[in-house]
Design a protein around this ligand. Structure first.
Ligand code: HEM
Length: 373
């Protein structure tokens, strides 16, 4: 069948494909961890707001209010960093998969463009929540609630676009039925909901690790115990649910494509199995540290293992995308490359400078948080 796939950009990819993929994975990993911290952090802050209002125990109310306030100081940073670390993978995705990514973005143009507005509303709401924590004490949960809904919607739009880009077989029918209006959601995609839930649960798990980490650093013993148990429970609960959602996702993928994860030897299978081993070991370590059976060193090691698992999943996810696009005859041979090592060196210099800036921002934040507390 003749598919309406545009030609690759005539401008060659400015580096070896392996290098560009490496940069895509590296920057997308940072994006995912930050985005998970943001989304999951908003969910956990909202839950703490609800608990602190509903609970009959003053101690419980106080603990949750304190946690909500702690998270409210971290989350605005994660918004700006999620956005900044979204731009870099966006460039690399366009460089390699531009023919697919641009087309799906055009097919759902209005929905896609709405992302900017939703992020703005989400960001302002979050600032109102943080800055007005004391002033809007009675109604502030609205602000964090609105922000949570906005960012969850943004994530949903991303999943719509990134699934649509890898199924060019559907494009012509979509263009015809929408008359090119740009109003389209990829709702008939079988993997859409499990993929979205997979991201949402991963967000809660990562935010659980953040709360656990706050517990490891807390000086007050009672509060530290609460943060460890609360963070550890959300991590473990979300990860357990992930087992069901993960299999739902796996079986929603066409069998000939999901075969790369278990039935065919290769990088995808190694990463898939390796990531799950890391998640299992990491969850065990986190469980032990959260419930006082091991020290914070074991907990931090668990967090490191889980982050390693996420890195593995990021590469597997791209292997799956390549398998999808292989179905329509695409592979990397379609791309011309013209490595511009000076530009790439400049990129690395800016990356290192950016990371140094990030370290400075975190140090500044910690000073501010210490003064505040
Ligand atoms: C701040 C709110 C944001 C949220 C909640 C968010 C969420 C997500 C999610 C859930 C995905 C994975 C979708 C999938 O694989 O199905 C994703 C991918 C991606 N996001 Fe973000 N995102 C945000 C902002 C941004 C921004 C502002 C940019 C760029 C300027 C960006 C760039 C990307 C790119 C390029 C990918 C795909 C990378 C790839 O496919 O290899 N994101 N985002």
């Amino acid at each position: 069948m003749d598919l309406p796939i545009p030609n690759p950009d005539p401008i060659p990819v400015p580096g070896e494909i392996g290098l560009i993929l490496f940069l895509l994975y590296l920057t997308f990993f940072v994006h995912v961890v930050l985005m998970n911290t943001l989304l999951g952090g908003l969910i956990l802050t909202f839950i703490s707001e609800v608990v602190s209002r509903r609970s009959g125990s003053p101690e419980c109310r106080h603990r949750h209010e304190h946690l909500a306030e702690q998270l409210s100081h971290i989350l605005p940073f994660t918004v700006s960093l999620t956005i900044t670390f979204g731009v870099a993978p966006l460039l690399f995705v366009q460089g390699i998969y531009g023919q697919f990514f641009y087309t799906s973005s055009v097919l759902m143009a209005w929905v896609w463009l709405a992302v900017v507005l939703l992020i703005l509303i989400g960001y302002y709401s979050l600032y109102l929540y943080t800055r007005g924590f004391a002033r809007f004490a009675r109604r502030r949960y609205w602000f964090v609630g609105i922000s949570m809904v906005m960012f969850l919607t943004v994530a949903f739009i991303y999943v719509n676009n990134l699934t649509l880009m890898q199924t060019p077989q559907k494009w012509l029918a979509i263009y015809t039925s929408t008359k090119g209006s740009g109003w389209h959601w990829n709702l008939d995609e079988a993997t859409l909901w499990p993929r979205y839930l997979h991201f949402a649960l991963s967000a809660v798990a990562v935010a659980g690790m953040l709360v656990l980490g706050l517990g490891f650093r807390e000086q007050d013993a009672a509060r530290a115990g609460f943060l460890r148990r609360w963070g550890g429970s959300w991590f473990l609960g979300a990860t357990l649910l992930q087992v069901g959602v993960g299999w739902w996702f796996y079986y929603a993928i066409p069998t000939q494509l999901s075969a790369i994860f278990l039935n065919q030897e290769g990088l995808a299978r190694t990463l898939f199995i390796g990531a799950h081993v890391l998640f299992t070991l990491g969850s065990l370590a986190i469980g032990l540290a959260a419930f006082g059976r091991a020290g914070s060193g074991v907990g931090w090691a668990g967090i490191g293992l889980v982050l390693g698992g996420i890195a593995g999943k990021i590469i597997s996810r791209d292997q799956l995308r390549q398998a999808y696009l292989g179905q329509v005859g695409w592979n990397f041979d379609a791309l011309n490359t013209d490595p511009q090592h000076d530009v790439i060196a400049l990129f690395f210099i800016s990356l290192v400078a950016g990371l140094a800036l990030l370290a400075w921002v975190i140090a500044k934040y910690r000073r501010e948080a210490a003064t505040h507390s």
